[in-house]
Write a protein that binds this ligand. Structure first.
Ligand SMILES: [Zn+2]
Length: 246
């Protein structure tokens, strides 16, 4: 596949990225989000640039790591739990703190079924809109909401930035305390212009041992999720895969 990003359309000239450090910080971050969100499969450049971030996990067997972002919410999260239970699959839920406060019962249900809850900020905020201190406060609030529902463990705290947005500055600030988790497969379940059939076919084609797969337990993703999740679980179970928490 030929990758030619339209730099003009993205609002910057290619030269400006390499010429100035300042330019890279601002515009390079735009490029990074473009790279993160443009592809079903994460381009190898990103793990190379950010080796401490989890993109894919090293595994010796056929293990896949399913993740669900933006919940917990009624109807959609319980649907996910039912599907996972049918395949004895475990998964990691990157929760929005406000949703944990609204629906603590659903969060506990997630935990009771052996899944892992993790941090996705308190109000699903974008890193570029906030100073590192304000962003940290959002993460801290979500962490407190996680603690309240009993969702914290002795494990290293896992954090996934909403929209995959981070700056170098935010990253440096968070890394000592949190394990940043991105993904290797983005299903685009949230994309209403993508048919459920295509969503499934794409997700299957780029997933394999150690893949970290992103779904969303959100209303926006519900249509594709309802079609894709049970079929993806069946497909990989029949191939001998198992699904574990991060
Ligand atoms: Zn999100």
């Amino acid at each position: 596949m030929c990758f030619k990003p339209d730099f003009k359309k993205l609002g910057f000239k290619r030269k400006s990225i390499s010429r100035t450090r300042k330019g890279f910080d601002r515009k390079g971050n735009t490029l990074l989000t473009y790279l993160v969100l443009r592809f079903h499969k994460t381009p190898p450049l990103l793990p190379w640039l950010f080796p401490n971030v989890w993109w894919k996990r090293p595994v010796a067997d056929k293990t896949i790591f399913l993740t669900f972002d933006d919940g917990p919410i009624p109807v959609v999260t319980p649907f996910v739990l039912e599907q996972l239970a049918a395949y004895q699959a475990k998964a990691t839920f990157f929760c929005v703190g406000e949703n944990l406060e609204r629906y603590p019962g659903i969060a506990r249900q997630v935990l009771n079924q052996g899944h892992l809850l993790a941090n996705h900020t308190h109000q699903h905020v974008k890193a570029w809109n906030l100073s590192p201190a304000a962003y940290r406060s959002q993460i801290h609030q979500c962490q407190m909401a996680l603690e309240k529902v009993g969702g914290t463990t002795n494990q290293r705290k896992l954090f996934r930035p909403p929209h995959g947005q981070l700056t170098w500055q935010h990253l440096r600030m968070l890394e000592p305390e949190y394990q940043i988790v991105m993904w290797s497969t983005l299903t685009y379940d949230f994309d209403a212009t993508l048919s459920p059939e295509k969503c499934l076919a794409k997700a299957i084609s780029v997933t394999g041992p150690g893949s970290v797969v992103v779904f969303h337990d959100s209303l926006k993703a519900e249509r594709n999720l309802r079609y894709v999740l049970p079929r993806l679980l069946r497909h990989f179970s029949e191939l001998g895969y198992s699904f574990k928490t991060l």
